[in-house]
Structures are given as C-alpha cells and as structure tokens.
Design a protein around this ligand. Sequence first.
Ligand code: IMP
Ligand code: MG
Length: 171
Amino acid sequence: MSQLKDQMNIFLSADEIQNLVQDIARKIERDYAGSEVVMICPLKGSIHFIADLMRELKLPQTLDFVHLTSPKGHGVKIIQDISTEVENKHVLIIEEIIDAGRTLSFLYQRLLASNPASLKIVTLLDKPARRELSIKPDYCGKTIEDRYVIGYGLDSEELGRNYSDIYIFRN
Ligand code: IMP
Ligand code: MG
C-alpha cells in the first residue's frame, strides 16, 4: 500500500532529529541546574518529541498532557486540561512546531495565570514567517521556512505521525 511519504523528500532524518533533541536537552540542563521541571505536552503532535526529550533530559521531571483545538474563527477550545498543580513549579511547554502561534499563546497565558515559578517554551521546529501572535520559543531545534512537514508526530490529516524521519512535500 502506498504511503504519504512515498511522494515526499526527507527533510530531517531520525539521526538529525536526535541531534537536535540532544542539543536542546543540554541547553535546558545547563539553565535549570538540577531543578525539577514539569513537562507539558500539547496533544497530539508533540508525543514523539516529548518522549525523546524526556529520556535525553537529565533532570527530575513530571509529565502532563493538554489537548486544545482552534477551530477557524472560534478561538481556542480545551478538550482535555492538565491535572498538575503548576504553582511555584518550573514549567516547560514542549511543542513539535510553532506556526501561527494561536494555541500556544492561549496555553502560555493560561499556565502563566497559575503562577508557575517559571514558564518556558521548547519547540523542535519554528516557522516564524507564519506567526500571527507575538510568541517566541525559549529553546528551538531548527527554524524552517513556510513549508508543510510531516512525520515524527507531525500529521497531514492525521496521517504520517508514525514516520521516524520528517518529510517535506516535493515542489
Ligand atoms: P499554531 O497554534 O497556529 O501555531 O498551530 C500549531 C499547530 O499546527 C501544530 O501543533 C501542528 O499541529 C500544526 N502544524 C503547523 N505547521 C505544521 C506542519 O508543517 N506540519 C504538520 N502540522 C503543522
Ligand atoms: Mg496537526
């Protein structure tokens, strides 16, 4: 059976992705110097990245999930909220990609209202050209141009999340 990736080129190989994950983990370890962190995973695209980053990151850490959607023109809707009490905790939002920044901006403001000790944004990929709201990652694996990528959690209509490499559509 043909797969989406058959018509695509590899954009980042699994090895290249792991190198980015390691670089990010070392920077976070340096900045947090042994402190405990709360890792927040916005579903669903971040599951691969957070699973790898958690194993790479040598810090005491807890995990929670949040599921948000942003139907066009209807703001942001919470499908599943976190259950962790984040007050006075060091919180990291772990995104696979930042695009317009709508859901991330909403999540950031919402977590900030709970008075965390600190709140930072980690993303594997950033597409700043697409930004509609002024939000920037504190840790970023790679800045990319405005092209659609899939694999390693990133989907095209829910397909392709399972690929180990990240693919880009051919021009
Ligand atoms: P934002 O909240 O507008 O920044 O949208 C970010 C979400 O859009 C990501 O979490 C992805 O689910 C999706 N997205 C944006 N760009 C891509 C892409 O190139 N491939 C797959 N999903 C993408
Ligand atoms: Mg998506």
